[in-house]
Design a protein around this ligand. Structure first.
Ligand SMILES: [Zn+2]
Ligand SMILES: [Zn+2]
Length: 144
């Protein structure tokens, strides 16, 4: 019996790891739970939390505090980068690299040590899939 439950635990932990490898984007607990249940239907929120915490401790995942979505997790070791939030599909994408020069935004005498930038808008798949929802957001009569 003990062996069986150990196997199950390993499977759940591995499943969570695979989600991050496959999707390769920052994810919230609800998204992880939803994707994980496609593979392991018995997966529950407490298990997701426990394994995510373990992965953060092991240095495999990083925690992000997103202004629009709250706590998200992403794979560690990707170098300095920022995030793009799509307001249509509610997903967060990684923006590789950084265009911000800290010396351009800090006044004389200030020495910046770190920064965070969150970009929001509409992602490429949403902008090609449903252009009307972008242009007609403040119309009085939305298209039927
Ligand atoms: Zn989108
Ligand atoms: Zn940056």
């Amino acid at each position: 019996m003990r062996l069986k439950s150990m196997k199950r635990r390993t499977l759940q932990k591995e499943t969570i790891k695979q989600i991050f490898q496959q999707l390769d984007q920052p994810l919230g607990i609800e998204q992880i739970l939803c994707k994980g249940r496609e593979k392991v239907p018995a997966l529950n929120r407490a298990t997701v939390y426990r394994n995510i915490r373990l992965y953060v401790e092991e240095g495999l995942l990083l925690k992000i505090n997103h202004p629009a979505l709250g706590t998200l997790y992403e794979r560690a070791g990707r170098g300095h980068h920022h995030h793009f939030y799509c307001r249509i599909c509610d997903q967060v994408f990684e923006l590789p690299g950084c265009a911000l020069k800290e010396t351009n935004v800090t006044p004389k005498g200030f020495f910046a040590e770190s920064h965070e930038v969150f970009v929001s808008g509409v992602c490429s798949s949403c902008s090609t899939r449903d252009f009307s929802s972008i242009t007609n957001t403040d119309h009085e009569n939305p298209p039927a």
